[in-house]
Design a protein around this ligand. Structure first.
Ligand code: SF4
Length: 700
């Protein structure tokens, strides 16, 4: 495929920027921002504008299937036929001997919607287990549960277009300047034109987002709910409640009011480490807003109380009636490009396609009937961390990992290594030999990457894009759809007679008919000819839906939004002790993506932060006799890392920060932050508590 030009979508974060890709024999693939795209209007961040380096450099690519006949044999090149014969034989024999729940699939928010749909149908409908989860469990599952509890369904109410209509932003537990750069650029541009616009940032670190803010609340980790309740109290006391909205469109306000009015500003200030005057100021800014948008990401979601943090924040939009109006609403910032698409097709262990619930017998029946199978198992599937627990204990025997690198990204990474080593059979389906998890594969399957296959994705604002195939995959790599269809054929499953990817999308769209995410009138042809659409798109002429709940009717049985009362206001993570006196919080840096299998091979992306660095406050550095640039050992109950220290007052006293990206290098795992992280998860969302691990630090 030479001298082509196509329009597609960036493969990194959930912002979902439009990209024009050119491919010619002289330059290979080159990328530019799509000026006509409604999301980025031609802008790209450092990651997006360097995507062509990732595509053009195929030196790390897995080119053909590799297999080992036993754990003591080295992997050898095999044909696709041999590879998938073995996969089907091993999976069939394990299921026969130990039952369907002895196998599991761990997939990714980078999978395209068709891939996500197909693998969920295969596993839940035909392998008869719900052991299929995604790395979105580490990212958005607390937000999903929060939306369900408040609005009745997993539903992001607003659009990026609301940014330019808002006058107040509360960015909490997120650093969009680094992690969602183009979205943040839109906020900055809006403020440049309208200087009176207010930005409040809540973060234990003075990030680039916080530097751009009018008010930075440098909160102590884990105290978000206390802060939101104090803000809620002030909003009520100062008469900022939208009484009409609360009376007519919400439930449980009285209980909420009683709870927050029982709180004390002084106590909140002490717990959060934020002054009473700043709490009041934040509430007054929010209360006076004509258009109030809250934005959040992993700082809320990756927590032992992540769901409660989400609902406590959503309550602030309810009190002020700032939902369903132009320029207002809560907005969860998705980390991955298609985490939202994955949720639509039921890509988690507790979900079914089209937002149906596994726990609902009617929903199970409907999905089973649509797929032409007898039933869907009622047993909840194992979530991401639970699957690796089950591999370690031997309850689960085989795992199929698609497009994700758990050996770096899951908490307590050394335990993940043990689990993979203990598994009877590990299939890794990926594009790169650089994925640390590939070393544990008994069967390594070469997958096509971005630009090398077609499909659809949904970004953070429910916007569905079609991604065309632009170039051929190297070697014998196949698209994930082709691999899964070939496996289904080997397993002799009916229901997989799809001639192409479009046919899979068609089946999914049909399934959405009559639901709240109805896209039954959407198809490849409309997406190719008319561009992107925000769901729902429930009829032929429908232009898509930028904003949900404009009619103030929510997806709950009463059609009212619900004020939720948290089970726990204070953090339930393990608190600092004499042995482990610091709180470690982890996150992303500007130019890296996940576990660096793609961005790590682009030299210009390595210059911003070439190696992991521990941020430590000057007071803590003084107490521990650590100087800027010292090599330090950070240790927790689970393991240790050895990195350089950066002494900086941008981080709150008592808190340390490490980036999450680095994995094992040269058989040394001391760069890997997730050696340290704890294994606590939120009791509802099962999302890990990455933002709060107690650690010790000392000079090496
Ligand atoms: Fe890609 Fe996100 Fe950057 Fe846009 S903001 S170019 S989607 S990484």
């Amino acid at each position: 495929m030479q001298n082509t030009e196509i329009k597609t979508t960036c493969s990194y974060c959930g912002v979902g920027c439009g990209i024009i890709v050119k491919n010619d024999s002289k330059n290979g693939v080159t990328v530019t921002g799509d000026k006509d795209h409604p999301v980025n209007r031609g802008m790209l961040c450092s990651k997006g504008m360097n995507l062509h380096y990732v595509v053009n450099d195929t030196s790390d690519r897995i080119l053909y299937p590799e297999m080992r006949w036993s754990k003591s044999h080295p992997k050898e090149r095999v044909s696709w036929d041999t590879a998938l014969d073995r996969a089907s034989a091993v999976f069939s024999s394990i299921i026969k001997k130990h039952g369907p729940d002895s196998v599991g699939f761990y997939i990714s928010g980078q999978c395209l919607t068709e891939e996500y749909y197909l693998v969920n149908k295969l596993v839940k409908g035909f392998l008869k287990t719900n052991n299929i989860d995604t790395n979105s469990r580490l990212c958005m599952s607390s937000a999903v549960a929060g939306y369900k509890k408040t609005f009745g369904e997993d539903s992001v109410p607003i659009a990026y277009a609301d940014i330019e209509l808002a006058d107040t932003f509360l960015i909490t537990g997120a650093n969009p300047a680094f992690c969602h750069p183009i979205l943040f650029r839109r906020i900055e541009q809006h403020k440049e034109k309208n200087p009176k616009i207010k930005i409040i940032v809540v973060d234990p670190r003075r990030t680039d987002s916080a530097i751009a803010a009018d008010l930075h609340l440098q909160i102590l980790p884990g105290t978000d709910i206390v802060l939101y309740h104090a803000i809620g109290r002030r909003l009520i006391e100062k008469g900022y409640v939208d009484s009409d909205f609360v009376r007519n469109h919400t439930e449980n306000y009285q209980a909420y009011k009683e709870m927050v009015m029982g709180s004390s500003y002084e106590k909140a200030s002490k717990l959060c480490g934020v002054s009473v005057s700043d709490i009041h100021l934040a509430a007054d800014i929010i209360g006076k807003a004509k258009g109030f948008i809250s934005m959040w990401a992993m700082g809320l979601n990756q927590s032992a109380i992540g769901v409660d943090k989400n609902t406590a924040l959503l309550n602030l939009s309810l009190i002020t009636g700032q939902v369903g109006k132009p320029g207002s609403g809560p907005f969860s910032l998705t980390g991955q490009p298609n985490a939202m698409g994955g949720r639509e097709v039921g890509g988690m262990a507790n979900l079914l396609a089209v937002h149906k619930e596994l726990s609902n017998p009617e929903h199970r029946k409907e999905v089973a009937s649509f797929w032409g199978v007898d039933s869907i198992s009622e047993k909840p599937g194992l979530t991401a961390t639970e699957m690796f627990d089950a591999l370690e204990s031997g309850k689960m025997k085989a795992i199929w990992i698609i497009c994700t690198n758990p050996m770096v990204s899951l908490p307590d990474a050394r335990r993940v290594e043990k689990a993979l080593a203990n598994a009877k059979f590990v299939v890794v389906q990926d594009i790169s030999h650089n994925a640390d998890t590939a070393k544990f594969a008994d069967l390594l399957l070469p997958a096509a990457g971005w630009l090398e296959k077609e499909g659809t994705m949904t970004n953070s604002e429910r916007r569905i894009s079609y991604l065309p195939k632009g170039i051929n995959a190297p070697g014998e790599a196949l698209s994930d759809v082709e691999i899964l269809l070939n496996f289904a054929k080997k397993m002799k499953f009916s229901g997989f007679n799809f001639n192409n990817t479009e046919a899979i999308y068609k089946e999914y769209c049909l399934m959405t008919k009559g639901t709240n995410i109805d896209v039954s009138y959407l198809n490849y042809s409309r997406l190719k000819n008319e561009g992107t659409f925000q769901w729902p798109v429930p009829d032929y002429g429908h232009p898509g839906t930028p904003r949900l709940f404009a009619d103030k009717k929510f997806f709950t049985p009463s059609q009212k939004a619900i004020f939720n009362i948290p089970t726990s206001i204070e953090n339930t993570s393990e608190l600092p002790s004499e042995k482990y006196p610091f709180i470690l919080t982890t996150g992303r840096i500007r130019d890296q993506w996940h576990t660096m299998t793609k961005t790590g091979k682009v030299s210009r992306l390595m210059t911003h932060t070439p190696s992991p660095v521990l941020e430590i406050n000057p007071i803590d550095a003084y107490k521990t006799k650590i100087k800027n640039g010292d090599i330090v050992v950070v240790s927790s109950k689970n393991g240790e890392v050895r990195v350089k220290a950066k002494v900086t007052d941008t981080i709150k006293e008592g808190v340390l920060f490490l980036p999450m990206h680095w994995g094992k290098q040269l058989d040394n795992d001391l760069n890997r932050t997730n050696n340290l992280t704890n294994t606590i998860v939120d009791p509802i969302s099962k999302e890990p508590d990455f933002k709060y691990t107690i650690v010790a630090v000392k000079k090496y």
